[in-house]
Design a protein around this ligand. Structure first.
Ligand code: F6P
Length: 324
């Protein structure tokens, strides 16, 4: 293998740049030509592909977002779109790919590999932490810390006014961000899609808290089946039915996707990026490079996506015990 390309796809996550940098520099270190594909699969279809040098990735390890830009491509879901993408890769002589993204990215990579056989290694880039084959995904730690900082600030004003806040965090169908920011932020209750919440339990918990505490924080994962934070707040408020209690909602939204990556995310991203190139050279073909128990492991795409990665059981227990 002489020429490889790297791209970022789907929702960006802090640390993607550190991963791109590691891919580019490892490839050059190993004597390969390396190309950047801009805007993910969209750029692959449009031929937005440029050669990268070591200096192309200078001064990006600390930056959020992705210098290669990202997109969610509808055209790549069609056989015609994938054919155009393949023709462009072939025209550049690209023999291997590194795909940095989440489950949508790897679903596309799996189909593309099955059709055209270009070896592709994935790096887990998503704030949601919802991929098997890695303990943590690139960007998760930063997103949790961003959510935590926001929760700390909301706690100040909640306490000052004796208010009950419902804070909605991202995570799509996964509750990892909610649980870790809830534990770290000392939330009174956390609602996650992985477990069904009886809203009467939330009411009970808020009433208990009111005995010795006048403000409360409930963290709601955006994918919770009870609805978004606004809906949940309204139901709980009706059930509490106490006009002296003041309820508020804050949706943290895309602030969780930006910002400088934490040290943990930069190191994880660098490690996955380096391993992806090594994996390609070692003959892996449709695997994700992740870190499990401190070791780099290669897991077939099909085993990384589409399953519900369980939350850490201890974390749910911790939440329950610490919020009494
Ligand atoms: O997958 C990352 C993520 O931020 C999810 O947590 C969220 O549900 C989704 O992407 C938002 O996507 P978009 O930025 O396209 O609105």
């Amino acid at each position: 293998m002489k020429k490889i390309a790297v791209f970022t796809s789907g929702g960006d996550s802090p640390g993607m740049n550190a991963c791109v940098r590691a891919v580019v520099r490892t490839a050059i270190f190993k004597g390969l030509e390396v190309y950047g594909i801009y805007r993910g699969y969209e750029g692959m279809i449009d031929g937005d592909i440029k050669r990268l040098q070591s200096h192309s990735v200078s001064n990006i390890v600390q930056r959020g977002g992705t210098v290669l830009k990202s997109a969610r491509s509808m055209e790549f879901k069609t056989p015609e779109g994938r054919k155009k993408a393949y023709d462009n890769l072939k025209a550049h002589g690209i023999e291997g790919l590194v795909a940095i993204g989440g489950d949508g990215t790897f679903t596309g990579a799996k189909i593309f590999f099955e059709e055209y056989g270009i070896p592709t290694i994935g790096c887990p880039g998503t704030i949601d932490n919802d991929l098997y084959g890695t303990d943590y995904t690139i960007g998760f730690d930063t997103a949790v810390n961003t959510a935590l900082e926001a929760i700390d600030k909301i706690r100040d004003t909640a306490a000052a006014h004796d208010r009950i806040f419902f804070i909605e965090v991202m995570g799509r169908d996964a509750g990892f961000i909610a649980v870790e920011s809830g534990i770290g932020g000392g939330a009174e209750f956390v609602m996650v899609p992985e477990t069904k919440t009886d809203l009467n339990d939330v009411v009970k918990s808020l009433k208990n808290n009111r005995k010795n505490r006048f403000s409360s924080i409930v963290v709601v994962a955006e994918g919770d089946e009870a609805g978004n934070a606004q809906t949940v707040m309204e139901i709980v408020k009706n059930k509490v039915n106490d006009p002296t209690k003041d309820f508020k909602v804050t949706t943290l939204g895309h602030i969780q996707r930006g910002g400088n990556p934490t040290a943990r995310d930069r190191v994880l991203a660098s490690r996955c990026g380096m391993s992806a190139v090594e994996g390609l050279l070692a003959g892996h073909q449709f695997h994700m490079a992740g870190v499990v128990n401190q070791q780099v492991v290669f897991t077939p795409f099909v085993d990384c996506i589409g399953m519900n990665k369980p939350l850490i059981a201890d974390h749910l227990k911790l939440m329950k015990i610490l919020s009494i």
